[in-house]
Design a protein around this ligand. Structure first.
Ligand code: SF4
Length: 236
């Protein structure tokens, strides 16, 4: 088999993902940069599905920083409770709304520095807002994308920061925003399956790390041995 460069491989993976997910709707419901920022903040350690159930209630009470600061932290906390980490998240929502009003004339800032200076907003959240609200090329890397980049041999990164650098180097900037979503969609559809068979995976079957197959084969052999010894001990 002809050896392909890492960049060629990356582009092939991108084309497989594009074939699977030609449309990339933003999973978090929102109507403007502010509601997106709040939804992304709420999605930390929570599913998008749950966030989408909670935000209509929150945004019915306050969908802009002016209205949000008229609420108190406790009433925000009560509504967002199903998203988890509600004491911390409610305080961040209240405080960042105040800062947006005081320092940014009521508008969500459209640059990394100001976004990351807001309470509860890390680099990943800022990257999502920059790409999905302002269309600026960014590559938000969470633990799921980090894991997939390792499995597909695109990065040996020990942390999300290194993985983000590697992915940005491998993929053209013009596709970063959609690719980030396509990888998330892929992970949700394929990587959750149990039992997990890398030989059947549209990407790992071509580019997966050897270790995944060795681990899978080992599990299969062990299971087979268990079945054999069970049928020996309990002959029909
Ligand atoms: S083999 Fe599994 S982990 Fe790898 S990409 Fe496919 S579904 Fe995900």
């Amino acid at each position: 088999m002809q050896k392909v460069s890492k960049k060629e491989k990356a582009l092939h993976i991108a084309s497989i993902l594009h074939g699977l997910y030609p449309e990339t709707p933003v999973p978090l419901q929102h109507s403007d940069p502010y509601t997106l920022l709040i939804a992304v903040l709420l999605s930390a350690q929570c599913t998008d599905e749950r966030v989408n159930k909670v935000t209509p209630h929150l945004f019915a009470m306050a969908s802009n920083p002016q209205d949000m600061i008229k609420l108190d932290v406790l009433s925000i906390e009560k509504v967002i409770k199903p998203c988890g980490l509600s004491p911390r998240k409610s305080k961040a929502i209240y405080d960042l709304s105040n800062i947006i009003l005081d320092k940014h004339a009521g508008q969500v800032p459209d640059n990394f520095e100001d976004l990351e200076a807001l309470p509860g907003v890390g680099h990943k959240t800022a990257s999502v807002v920059m790409s999905q609200a302002f269309g600026v090329p960014a590559f938000p890397v969470d633990t799921h994308i980090h894991r997939l980049a390792w499995r597909w041999n695109l990065s040996n990164g020990k942390n999300v920061e290194q993985t983000e650098k590697d992915l940005k180097r491998l993929f053209p900037e013009s596709i970063w925003n959609r690719l980030h979503l396509q990888i998330i969609f892929f992970g949700r559809q394929y990587c959750q399956a149990r039992p997990h068979n890398p030989y059947e995976c549209p990407i790992c079957s071509i580019y997966g790390r050897k270790q995944m197959f060795t681990d899978y084969d080992k599990i299969q052999t062990l299971q087979q041995m268990k079945r054999q010894s069970k049928s020996k001990n309990n002959p029909a």
